[in-house]
Ligand binder design. Sequence first.
Ligand code: PGA
Length: 261
Amino acid sequence: MATMTPAAPRPLIAGNWKMNGTLQAGLAELGLLSDRIKSTRGLPEVVVCPPATLLHPAVLALAAFGAAQSVGVGGQDCHAEAKGAHTGDISADSLRDIGCAYVIVGHSERRADHGETDAAVEAKARAAHAAGLTAIVCIGETLDQRDGGRTLDVVSRQIAGSVPAGATAANTVVAYEPVWAIGTGRTPTADQVAEVHARLRADLVARFADGAAFRLLYGGSVKASNAAELMAVANVDGALVGGASLKAEDFWPIVEAKISR
Ligand code: PGA
């Protein structure tokens, strides 16, 4: 039987709502989630990352629901600079100011839609750290890269280029999200996830004194029916969940998959 190593990091389940959710319906889902969470012990850390318009309402609502200690709030992106003439962007300081504790950086949709490079993602992660936020740094290979046998090289290059030198297990989480698994209903096998996470762990341990304690999330089509299997894989310390995070009834079984009993 598998035993937990003493240094096992506290698991983290993060929901990425992407460009979805309205004020009324979004807060109602947070109310349902809060009810479940308040009556549960041994929880993983839980974070929701709604769109920018809902960040402050979410912070206020979770406090009103008495769930602010159990559910953190995170942005989906931040600018690399602390402030200035950058119309439409949001700084890490602004996220922190309204009560966010996390920010996702380098999601593959931002890398694809906005041409974000590893260097740009690394600068955003540094801005997050400077503001006192925990950065959830996303990496992952495309289908072409996997089919070409380049997955491990790609993720090693991405983690080296996107995670800043000043990262610690306290201020940085790494999310492995194969691009071809995001929003597609397709997932890698448990063995494929284990292989990538073992590589990422080795890279972190080689570079950081506390590399063994970084949370490594898996993301890409995580849902109730596959969460238990994926969350049991070695070096998987939680999940970054897109579509299945929008409704509390879909998100909750994924949180449950990482409850320690
Ligand atoms: P998905 O998205 O769960 O809808 O595949 C995951 C993500 O993009 O973070």
